[in-house]
Design a protein around this ligand. Structure first.
Ligand code: ADP
Ligand code: MG
Length: 445
């Protein structure tokens, strides 16, 4: 067992500050990755092409043309002497950025294209987890409207309808009656509102329970679970309104008890990795399980092939290890030698969004108050959709900031995060006021 990056590493002259890291992606998750990577004593320089105003304080954000099949990024990585590339979002993973970099002899963290199908095809994911006897909802895959419509005859509601492909949080609808279900099937398969992502769909049993996220590092053999986290998908308080990319998160999540955690490792993560291996797929990177904690135990809603956003904003500030060391161990298949260590404090991330998100919203509003919040170990404002305009920072997306606070207890972390939020202003700002409340209810005796 190796404990990575002891605190004295910062002062150890033998650790060469020589590594150049390229981070792909430009949002809140990527600001968090860049922030964490910047804390590694091994890192000399970070590049994050096109990165937001927060990332720009830590990394070179000069845009780089991706080129055909990532050739522009490969050329860039070669010319800048990049020793490690880290991929934030699912889309480049699904398109094979890892395969391309590996073929070019470049080190990259993330699953290859075949492994990323666990997220990029929900039917593939279901096939894997059902073959591995992983607890999940029952589901059927459909390739034609007629078959999907006929299937509704035998079903009771609610029913969950899922587009097979990547749909940026727009591909899952919980339908309460047949009329709604028919509408969605038509919209996905006939009107192609999600393009090719909806040409195949899943109709799935609806699960009752509380949702949580559990992420793990894996090198295809060893699975190291991270601490638990909970996202808040719906846009309004009380989990109402349409689903978003996520409006806030906290970690740890009390709904994941130690027993549930062990169950998740043994009955979900290990069987999934083993099933993939049986099919010749060595999964390396972060594997993220979206879970429903039901009366009969945890069940998988989906797998993602990367860090979650905003769970990462609540998780990585609690991780004590040097993230670069952990990523190296994943790439080299040495994860069995690593032990993850977590700060005992609770972390809360509150997403400040533009009014109207996830639908229409305005950009270009001046953000004030940021300068009053110095970044510390326990208070970090991660940027999502922001950009620099001279000396000003402007809103540049639906989710604008992820305001993260750590404290000894969850209630204190919540209070602290909301105090920070109250110091920040921009026109039409919107945020949920109940981030973390579900955990507080659970913690009450
Ligand atoms: N079987 C299910 N039962 C109940 N709710 C579900 C089910 N599947 C998905 N959901 C809800 O829909 C959301 C999105 O579904 P998910 O499978 O995570 O797809 P994606 O994140 O790709 O949109 C989940 O976070 C959950 O709230
Ligand atoms: Mg999801």
């Amino acid at each position: 067992m190796t404990i990575l990056n002891p605190p004295e590493a910062d002062k150890n002259p033998q650790i060469l500050k020589s590594l150049r890291v390229l981070v792909i992606g430009t949002g809140g998750r990527e600001h968090t990755l860049v922030w964490k990577i910047a804390r590694s004593p091994r890192v000399e320089r970070i590049y994050c092409p096109g990165g937001n105003a927060g990332i720009a304080t830590l990394a070179d954000t000069t845009p780089v043309d991706e080129g055909e099949n990532f050739s522009g990024l490969v050329d860039f990585a070669r010319s800048e002497g990049i020793g490690l590339t880290v991929v934030g979002p699912e889309a480049p993973l699904a398109r094979g950025i890892v395969d391309t970099f590996q073929e070019a002899g470049l080190r990259i963290f993330g699953p290859d294209k075949k492994a990323a199908r666990i997220e990029s095809s929900k039917s593939f994911c279901k096939e894997i987890i059902l073959s591995a006897s992983v607890p999940t909802s029952s589901a059927q895959v459909f390739f034609s409207i007629a078959d999907a419509m006929k299937y509704l005859d035998s079903q009771t509601f609610p029913l969950v309808i899922k587009a097979d492909g990547l749909a940026a949080a727009k591909g899952v609808v919980i339908t309460r009656n047949r009329t709604d279900a028919e509408k969605i099937i038509n919209a996905f398969m006939n009107d192609e509102i999600l393009g090719k992502a909806g040409s195949r769909l899943l109709i799935e049993e609806y699960l009752e329970g509380e949702e949580a996220s559990l992420l793990a590092f894996t090198d295809g053999e060893t699975v190291l679970l991270m601490d638990s986290a909970q996202d808040h998908k719906p846009v309004y308080d009380g989990d109402t309104g349409p689903n978003t990319g996520g409006m806030g998160a906290y970690s740890p999540a009390p709904v994941i008890t130690p027993e549930i955690r062990t169950q998740c490792l043994n009955e979900i993560f290990i069987p999934t990795i083993t099933e993939l291996k049986k099919r010749g797929i060595i999964y390396k990177g972060v594997l993220y399980a979206g879970l429903m904690i039901t009366q009969t135990g945890p069940k998988v809603l989906e797998f993602n092939c990367r860090f979650g956003d905003p769970e990462t904003q609540a998780l990585l500030p609690r991780l004590k290890n040097d993230l670069v060391d952990v990523m190296d161990a994943v790439i080299d298949g040495r994860l069995a030698d690593v032990e993850l260590q977590w700060r005992p404090e609770s972390a809360v991330c509150i997403v400040m969004a533009s009014q109207g998100y996830p639908d229409k919203y305005e950009k270009g509003k001046v953000i004030t108050g940021l300068e009053q919040i110095p970044t510390t170990q326990d208070a970090i404002v991660f940027h999502a959709g922001t950009k620099c305009d001279g000396a000003e920072i402007l809103t540049n997306g639906g989710r604008v900031l992820g305001v993260t606070a750590l404290a000894e207890t969850l209630p204190n972390a919540i209070d602290k995060a909301y105090r920070l939020v109250s110091q920040i202003d921009f026109e039409n700002k919107y945020y949920r006021t109940d981030i973390g409340q579900k955990a507080l209810k659970r913690m009450k005796p």
